[in-house]
Design a protein around this ligand. Structure first.
Ligand code: HEC
Ligand code: HEC
Ligand code: HEC
Ligand code: HEC
Ligand code: HEC
Length: 220
């Protein structure tokens, strides 16, 4: 058969195959990096909410306890965002006519929840349980940072599997006395002291470290 392509055409074909493969690999790798990147995971990016509710104002300046609004974090698997009624307790008097509170009255009058945007939202195939962690001696600030100083809430950790496992492999580094979990001002002692205190608290809580890296506890 007569040669249709000139010899170097084969070389060009071969090179283009590599260029395409390289581009595809780069694209996939880029996607992975981007998926893990803080920007796509919205770490340290304040999340704008339907009402300009400020934790800094309510928790710090007004001195409200987290439990006033999120008590279930220590009781059941899911933490909760308080219903509009909780806000009404005060705001039927305080700043009642503020324009900033209009979405609250809309929610109350229409009997619909305020459409709060979730700041932390694990994938559906991951199981998480608040009460187990909170009762085990892990404080709000360890996972959520200084929420009491945030005018608008943001994520301080990327909440990837690696982040969960960093603690599940070695929970001694983060555990604190159980009566300190709601304390926003809690300070961990020096590394050496925390190592000793951590080991003691893990024993006292009866935490079985061996099971904490089993796939099946988080993927059920
Ligand atoms: C007056 C009620 C109130 C108090 C007190 C309060 N919160 Fe909240 N919290 C809310 C509301 C409403 C939201 C949803 C809007 C937002 O994210 O700002 C929220 C959101 C959050 C979120 C993000 C939830 C998500 O979407 O993933 C965290 C974490 C949180 N609060 C922790 C705390 C901690 C820790 C304290 C104590 C320092 C506290 N809150 C005190 C009402 C409250
Ligand atoms: C324990 C009483 C209390 C509760 C409960 C409470 N607030 Fe407030 N809130 C206040 C006070 C006090 C202020 C500050 C008023 C001022 O600046 O004089 C305030 C201020 C605000 C403001 C700013 C209003 C403005 O015009 O500056 C918003 C918005 C707000 N709260 C939303 C909420 C929402 C949403 C909830 C429910 C998740 C809530 N608050 C629950 C007491 C409360
Ligand atoms: C071990 C880490 C950890 C600790 C400790 C922890 N949280 Fe969370 N919190 C999470 C994770 C992870 C989520 C997201 C859960 C999901 O999407 O299923 C979350 C979600 C939330 C939410 C949003 C719930 C919702 O319905 O959207 C609130 C509110 C909250 N946490 C408050 C608290 C408070 C208050 C404390 C302290 C008593 C606390 N958390 C302690 C990891 C933690
Ligand atoms: C700061 C430490 C810490 C972080 C971060 C953490 N965990 Fe845990 N988790 C623990 C400890 C310790 C236990 C064991 C508690 C016990 O046995 O009392 C536990 C237990 C659990 C359990 C078992 C609950 C049960 O019903 O027995 C699940 C599921 C779990 N964690 C999921 C997660 C997921 C998912 C994440 C990440 C989004 C996460 N954890 C992040 C420390 C942590
Ligand atoms: C402590 C909780 C925890 C344990 C234990 C755990 N995972 Fe995960 N896993 C997660 C979380 C959280 C995510 C979601 C991460 C995200 O959103 O990127 C995840 C995601 C995944 C994914 C989806 C791909 C990805 O990286 O997002 C796979 C596959 C997976 N896990 C497999 C496993 C296997 C296999 C094991 C056992 C060797 C395991 N996991 C143990 C918490 C856990």
């Amino acid at each position: 058969m007569k040669q249709f392509f000139r010899p170097y055409a084969n070389l060009i074909a071969l090179i283009s195959v590599f260029v395409v493969l390289y581009a595809v690999a780069g694209f996939l790798w880029g996607g992975l990096v981007l998926d893990r990147a803080n920007w796509t995971r919205r770490v340290n990016l304040p999340v704008e909410q339907p009402i300009a509710f400020s934790h800094q104002l309510h928790a710090n300046s007004l001195g409200m306890d987290c439990q006033y609004c999120h008590a279930s974090a220590g009781i059941v698997a899911y933490s909760n965002i308080p219903p509009s009624d909780t806000c009404v307790t005060c705001h039927h008097e305080v700043k009642r006519n503020s324009a900033l509170l209009e979405p609250l009255w809309e929610s109350v009058n229409n009997d619909t929840p305020i459409p709060w945007i979730k700041v932390h939202d694990l994938a559906d195939f991951v199981y998480f349980n608040h009460a187990v962690h909170v009762n085990g001696g892990f404080g709000c600030t360890t996972c959520h940072g200084q929420v009491n100083e945030m005018p608008v809430v943001w994520k301080v950790h990327d909440m990837t599997m690696a982040w969960c496992l960093d603690c599940h492999r070695n929970p001694e580094q983060y555990i604190r006395p159980a009566d300190q979990v709601w304390n926003m001002e809690y300070e961990y002692p020096s590394n050496a002291e925390q190592a000793a205190l951590g080991a003691q608290l893990i024993r006292e809580q009866g935490i079985d470290k061996e099971v904490l890296t089993n796939c099946a506890i988080c993927h059920r």
